[in-house]
Each structure stands twice: as structure tokens, then as C-alpha cells.
Design a protein around this ligand. Structure first.
Ligand code: CAA
Length: 240
């Protein structure tokens, strides 16, 4: 039977490309979304991928949603924690609410998504966890103390999970996308965006599919010895 893959924030942007790539590779895919019903309905219509609505920042909602996915599709073998938001502001202007929203969704959201299904992965002795971090978790970014903190935190999560999961044949890895042509990056003021692109040696933004292919590699049955790693896909903008 096809393995079941769950992608949070999987109906738009990088997440949608990941959902499609995994479906094309033969996995049974469920994509979650938090609010945009219309985008989710269009996504399902175009791809045939089932979508589920819950807020990754809410533990109880995540737990109930994940249980529903497993009731519908079977045990989740693969989880891609992709859901993320930005609330950019220079630190002196950042509000506690902007700080909290980003931490709750991007960082606690990873806990909420993986924790309820982790015991099942341990029991079945198979699991693939991929967290979508960011170049800005590796290098920091003006205007993103909140976001960079969460994306750096993701790397701590996967390195720890890798150590806990390895003996159960569970891997936990991260992908750090650079600047990818999605709505999130298009929301950056044009002048700022132009200067960012000028700093990317590849001379362009990345495509969501370029991240999706990294994820497909990490979740495959064949990649079991790749554990606690980070793939940086950023057009040579930054090296760790
Ligand atoms: N480096 C240095 N200085 C900068 C700067 C930068 N990157 N950006 C702004 N500044 C300076 C401005 O020139 C300005 O200087 P002066 O006061 O001397 O004029 C000062 O900082 C304050 O700027 P603003 O008043 O314009 O600040 P603002 O309140 O309007 O906020 C900002 C600006 C929201 C931080 C805006 O610059 C911005 O959106 N930056 C982009 C942040 C970014 O890269 N976000 C990534 C989003 S995509 C993503 O997150 C996906 C991913 O994983 C890669």
C-alpha cells in the first residue's frame, strides 16, 4: 500500500508543490490549510489531493485533524511540517503579538504536527519527518527576528528528533529554502526584493518545485541513513 504523507500548509506555495510532487511519486497525500477555503478547494479540484482545515498553532485541533486523516487514509508515515507565516518588522517596531503569532505557527506548529503521530511511527518502526526551515534561520534577516528564531529552532528540533528516532528507522531532516517565487516573497516590498535577488548568485528566485524535489528525496524509503541533515537550496546565496 502507498505510504501516507501529510503536508501542513500543503495547498499553497512551496507546500502545494510538495504535495503534488509526493502524489506524483505515488504517495497518498493529505494537505492541510489554515484559512483559505477557496485556494484549498481549487487545489483539490486541480490535483485530486484531499485537504483538511486546521490551525497548526493549535495542539488539540492538530491532534484531532491528524486522527481524522489517519481514519480516512491510514497511518501517517511521512510528515512535512511546512506551514509558516511571516510578520516582518524591525525589532524595535515588533509587537508581542507579531512575535507570538510567528512562534506559535512556525515553531510550536512543528511540535503540534509531529508529536501526536510520533508514537505511531515508533510502533511501526518507520517514519519520515521533514521540516521546512529557511535560509533566514541559518543567517538571520533584517526585519525577521521572530521568523529567524523559529527557523533556527526547526534545525534544533530535527537534530534532536533524529537522535531519538534513528533506532526506530525514523528520520528527521530539514530543507532550508532560499528566496522562492511564492506569495510570501512577493509580499516583500519590491525595492527590498530586487536587492535580495541581486544578492543571489543564481540571479533568480527559486521555484517551489526545486524545494519539493529535495523533500521527495528525504522522505523516500531509500534515504534512511540521511538523518538530522539540512539541505540548503538557495542558489548559492548562503553557505553554512
Ligand atoms: N538591511 C539594512 N537596513 C535595512 C534593511 C536591510 N535589509 N531593510 C530596511 N533597512 C533600513 C531602512 O533603509 C531604514 O533605514 P533609515 O531609517 O535609515 O531610512 C530602516 O531600516 C527602517 O526601515 P523602514 O522604516 O522601511 O522599516 P519598516 O518598518 O518599513 O520595515 C521591513 C521594513 C519590514 C523589515 C522591510 O524592510 C522588509 O520587509 N524587509 C524584508 C524582510 C525579508 O527579507 N523577509 C523575508 C520574507 S520571505 C521569507 O521569509 C521566506 C524565506 O524563508 C526566505
Amino acid at each position: 500500500m502507498a505510504r501516507v504523507a501529510l503536508v501542513t500548509g500543503g495547498s499553497r506555495g512551496i507546500g502545494a508543490a510538495i504535495s503534488k510532487e509526493l502524489k506524483d511519486k505515488g504517495y497518498t497525500v493529505a494537505a492541510t490549510y489554515a484559512g483559505n477555503d477557496e485556494a484549498a478547494a481549487n487545489f483539490t479540484e486541480q490535483t485530486g489531493i484531499k485537504t483538511y482545515k486546521w490551525n497548526a498553532a493549535d495542539y488539540d485541533a492538530s491532534k484531532a485533524g491528524l486522527a481524522q486523516v489517519e481514519a480516512d487514509l491510514g497511518p501517517i508515515d511521512i510528515v512535512v511540517a511546512n506551514a509558516g507565516i511571516t510578520r516582518d518588522a524591525p525589532f524595535h517596531k515588533m509587537t508581542p503579538e507579531q512575535w507570538r503569532e510567528v512562534i506559535d505557527t512556525n515553531l510550536t506548529g512543528v511540535f503540534n504536527t509531529v508529536h501526536p503521530i510520533w508514537p505511531g511511527m515508533r510502533e511501526r518502526k518507520f517514519g519520515r519527518v521533514v521540516v521546512i526551515s529557511s535560509i533566514n534561520g541559518q543567517k538571520g534577516q533584517f526585519g525577521q527576528t521572530n521568523y529567524a528564531a523559529t527557523k533556527a529552532g526547526d534545525l534544533g528540533i530535527i537534530k534532536s528528533l533524529a537522535q531519538e528516532g534513528a533506532r526506530f528507522n525514523i528520520t528527521a531532516n530539514a530543507v532550508c529554502p532560499g528566496y522562492i517565487a511564492t506569495e510570501m516573497v512577493m509580499a516583500v516590498p519590491e525595492k527590498v526584493r530586487d536587492s535580495i535577488i541581486a544578492g543571489i548568485p543564481a540571479g533568480r528566485l527559486g521555484e517551489p518545485e526545486e524545494i519539493a524535489r529535495c523533500v521527495a528525496f528525504l522522505v523516500s524509503d531509500d534515504s534512511g541513513f540521511v538523518n538530522g541533515s539540512t539541505i540548503s537550496a538557495n542558489g548559492a546565496q548562503f553557505f553554512v
